[in-house]
Design a protein around this ligand. Sequence first.
Ligand code: LMR
Length: 329
Amino acid sequence: FFSPFDLFKQNDDLYDDEQEGLSEQITIRFSHVVAENTPKGLAAQKFAKLAAEKTEGLVKVEVIPNGTMYTDEEELDALMNNDVQMIAPSVSKMTRLAPEWGLFDLPFLFESNEDITSVISGEIGHKFLKLHEDKEIKGMALWSNGFKQMTSSVGALQHPEDFQGQRFRIMPSFVLEEQFKRLGAVPIAIPYDQLYMTLEENKFEGQENTISNIYSRRLYEYQSHLTLSYHGFLGYAVLMNKDFWDSLPTDVQSSLTEAMDETTTWMIKESLEMNKQQLQELAKESSIDIHYLTNEEKVVWKKKLEPVYQSLLEHVDENFAKEFITQRI
Ligand code: LMR
């Protein structure tokens, strides 16, 4: 299997050599929890490459993948303590800091990839990036990994009743919790780095994720059924420690902003491609049973999940939520 990551790796080595001897080098440690060969893993590498290019080697972004240094439970604190300078947690995990992020977890919120792009790169997306400046967190960008799908080790997930009684692994988010409760399932929050192990240990029967995560974490080894439901969104809040950001010279800030904008545009296309390509790999290489949710089934799922919207409004400033939701439906 060809991994585009290999290309970045070679470039990275090149930069290492070129940069030896640069005394005033600025190092940015960028920690994330997924594999290198995923949209987020590749985007982090892309940003590192562009940042080095645009600052002529002054900035070196060290990417630390797979949660090897900080797990998704630890990375927000590590960022606020400036132990790392950049992270890109999922929007769901950001609900720990502000319930507004739960808006992105609403089931069947987005109709298409274009819809996602217009929100994350539009005015509303920008508001989210500014939410945590008081906590010394600078929002750099919102990245998309596209749509989540459902998997299970029990059987095909076609109707809401099929979820009944199954334990579903979720990211910690009150909206995702509500979503699975509405389906009659038992939601259990588990950090990403423990996903494969806990699945192997039978701690849950099902989960939701993008194809790239299902594929790269080899979840298909223990999940016999995949429903292409496109019911949820997986996005990332790309964040930098604000004190660190403020300490950077203005020209470096501009170069990094440019590098981030280019990476974000690239990532939108790349994640689409990767999820498409890895779905083909899954169909070819694994024995997972793939069900395409029909329009009729989708209508039933939507109806069942409608109350999740109402319960979100109990947690989130109503005006903010309305502005967000009315622009989506
Ligand atoms: C998950 O925990 O399933 C995802 O958020 C992992 C990721 O960052 O893509």
